[in-house]
Design a protein around this ligand. Sequence first.
Ligand code: NAI
Length: 249
Amino acid sequence: MEQELKGQVIIVTGGASGIGREACLALAGKGADLVVADFNEEGAKAVAEEVRALGVKAEAFKVDVSKAEQVEALVDFAVTTFGTLSGMFNNAGVSKVQSLLEMEPASYLKVIEVDQHSVYYGLHYGARAMVKLGVKGVFVNTASIYGSVAARGSFNYNAAKSAVIAMTRSGALELAEFGIRVAAVAPGFIETPMMGQLDETARAALASQHVTHRLIQPEKVASVVAFLFTDAASAINGSTVAVDDGFLA
Ligand code: NAI
């Protein structure tokens, strides 16, 4: 049971920090070999070392997921290094709280490129590699509760994350015939470095929107992500699973 992902090769983007780092630990705990991909190369190397200590193979890869050719190179690296590709956690993302009136095109596009286009690149290049290899696989994408409801100051983030939910559905529809499954998680407010840009009052205001009035720990998202990669989740296809402590309830 513990090693149900043994022999699988999974790419985790944004693997150096927060939800991505915890997902690496959870996936390694189930026996998966990993490519820890992040813009933060040192952070990715540290996580790769951490998961190798759990007994799996892991390599770090520096990538900017908003660049198509770099995501293509990431997929190539995984296949060349491990000989196959079984899955991809498209998780890297950024946010920048800013009103619509203040949001210049560059600021709008930055979040769209990192949070939205990256998921297309991951699905496109990752699935092409799997189809070419003739292997089945699983993609999990990180959406957000803000893909389903609007938040002030999150115009670009709302747009990107609702697109991730839509791409999870259409990706599942298109890739099912190749034995490839696509799902997503929609986290609530998670205690990660991304929260670091907020002061205590703002964090408490977010936490109060959960039914327990606490921020969610990233390992609670990671355990759901790891489950979605397993065969036990084989009927979850095109769905976005909320990990939001009742926010959407
Ligand atoms: P984090 O800031 O701890 O980790 C994000 C990681 O992504 C960092 O290691 C960063 O270096 C990497 N990254 C950023 N831009 C990149 C790029 N262009 N290319 C490659 N790597 C890049 O943040 P956290 O909270 O773990 O976020 C992970 C995902 O979860 C994001 O997609 C975020 O939008 C989503 N999310 C986070 C929530 C939260 O409350 N923290 C809530 C809902 C969704």
